[in-house]
Design a protein around this ligand. Structure first.
Ligand SMILES: Cc1cc2nc3c(=O)[nH]c(=O)nc-3n(C[C@H](O)[C@H](O)[C@H](O)COP(=O)(O)OP(=O)(O)OC[C@H]3O[C@@H](n4cnc5c(N)ncnc54)[C@H](O)[C@@H]3O)c2cc1C
Length: 416
């Protein structure tokens, strides 16, 4: 079924009985041209672009739980392309352009909202760094505006401008940035891929990566062996564990990251605000809840939950920049597992095992990358060579020294 105004009207009149399931509950075939391991946003986007852009429809996406049960359904939904380094800007800008046409491409309301992303600055040094980043963005054709304190006040009058420790002196704005509804992105890609013949197989965990003579020949799963001579790993927080099935050791450590949601209030925050000096970011969902987050837990973990002391640290940061938040009640918090790479940038590359491809190391930032990562990973799997926008995301860059250290903090994953 194609969604349209006509379908909406028809189903409004027939009590909603005409809607059909978004995707089939597929069971595995004996073999596919490509198997993607991981039914998060990236895995499903990869399958969609493999089918749509590269004509490879005989594809399975296998997911150990239900699709979107990993980080795709746990993030704070921010999308942006405000990066500094040449290895990153073209890739994230490709992502922004794909977000801008995503709903038409998928025929699905992913609630993409270009409400703007405002980064606050609190010192001359931070403003200089923002000016540099904004200039780098503009040189790459990406929108960026450096604004002063009064312009920030106009955008976000609810912030504390005169905090003695963190007085706000200006900000960097990307007006094309914003948010998208994370679950809808997963469902939209799943539905679009399914319509092109992709099998989405839930409750199917990859337990082994079968190789013969240095080549991949398929995946052992909890639903039996599935043959494929091209396999893509897109398992985010589980990257190291799944790569270990092929005796690969990745330059990645896994850490928990939490998010928090308040009770719903009337419209207050109409953009995304980030407070980098303390590390806190916030936006308002369409239901009215304030959605916010901050730092990683400081130690590696595979638990999909975080520590209370990090929550209290995030709350302190929130109060430093937006004291009115102290009047709100927190409804929920949850955690996801971040695959932190050693330079804070992702990896989209072929592995030393023929036919085995890897997409991971997304750290905090993989949701915004979903369309571009899917597109570039599909390109790599289909053509055997990297897409030019993702050409810097090589697996061997930690050996060759061509790292993309966006934050300049070196090989300390929990600081990226
Ligand atoms: C609290 C929080 C806030 C965040 N905020 C943002 C943000 O605002 N903006 C942003 O850009 N990014 C954000 N992120 C990061 C972003 O969510 C991730 O980088 C991104 O979702 C990772 O890609 P994915 O969607 O494919 O991952 P996932 O959804 O994690 O997909 C991987 C899938 O692989 C499956 N899997 C794992 N092992 C196996 C196996 N052996 N067999 C089969 N399946 C397997 C998992 O169950 C999972 O569903 C945030 C993350 C968290 C946790």
């Amino acid at each position: 079924m194609t969604f349209s105004g006509f379908q909406l009207l028809k189903n409004a009149l027939n009590g909603g009985t005409g809607w059909t399931p978004h995707w089939r509950k597929a069971e595995p075939k004996a073999a596919y041209d490509v198997v993607i391991v991981g039914g998060g946003g990236h895995g499903l986007a990869t399958a969609h672009y493999l089918a749509k852009e590269f004509g490879i429809n005989n594809v399975a996406v296998i997911e150990k739980g239900w699709i979107g049960s990993g980080n795709a359904g746990r993030n704070t939904t921010i999308i942006r392309s405000n990066y500094l380094l040449p290895g990153n800007i073209p890739f994230y800008e490709l992502g922004m352009k794909l977000w801008e046409g995503l709903e038409q491409d998928l025929n699905y309301n992913a609630m993409v909202s270009q409400r703007g992303v405002l980064n606050l600055c609190h010192s001359d040094a931070q403003r200089d760094a923002f000016a540099r980043r904004g200039n780098a963005m503009r040189l790459h054709g990406v929108d960026a505006e450096l604004i002063d304190r009064e312009a920030v006040r106009g955008m976000a009058p609810y912030l504390d401008f005169d905090n003695a420790r963190f007085p706000i002196i200006g900000g960097l704005v990307q007006r094309r940035g914003g948010t998208a509804r994370h679950d809808a992105v997963v469902w939209g890609y799943a539905r679009a891929a399914d319509r092109r013949g992709v099998d989405i197989i839930e409750n199917c965990e990859a337990t082994g990566l079968r190789r013969e003579g240095g080549k991949i020949v398929g995946v052992e799963t909890t639903k039996g062996f599935i043959g494929a001579n091209r396999v893509g790993l897109s398992v985010a927080g589980n990257s190291s564990r799944v790569a270990a099935l092929a005796e690969m050791r990745l330059p990645i450590e896994s850490y928990a990251l939490q998010a928090f949601v308040t009770e719903s209030i009337k419209p207050l925050i109409d953009c995304v605000v980030t407070f980098g000096a303390g590390h806190f970011y916030i936006s308002q969902s369409d239901k009215g809840s304030l959605v916010f987050g901050g730092d990683l837990d400081p130690f590696p973990s595979y638990a999909q939950r975080g520590s209370l002391h990090v929550f209290s640290d995030v709350a302190e940061n929130a109060m430093a920049v937006m004291p009115m938040l102290g009047r709100l009640r927190i409804l929920r918090s949850w955690g996801g597992v971040m695959d932190m790479s050693m330079d804070g940038s992702p990896i989209i590359d072929a592995t030393p095992i023929e036919g085995l491809f890897f997409n991971g190391g997304w750290c905090y930032g993989g949701f915004k990358a979903t369309p571009a990562a899917g597109f570039c990973f599909a390109h790599l799997i289909a053509k055997g060579e990297p897409h030019h926008a993702a050409a810097a995301y090589r697996l061997d860059r930690f050996a060759t020294g061509r790292i993309i250290d966006e934050k300049g903090v070196g090989a300390t994953p929990n600081l990226h």
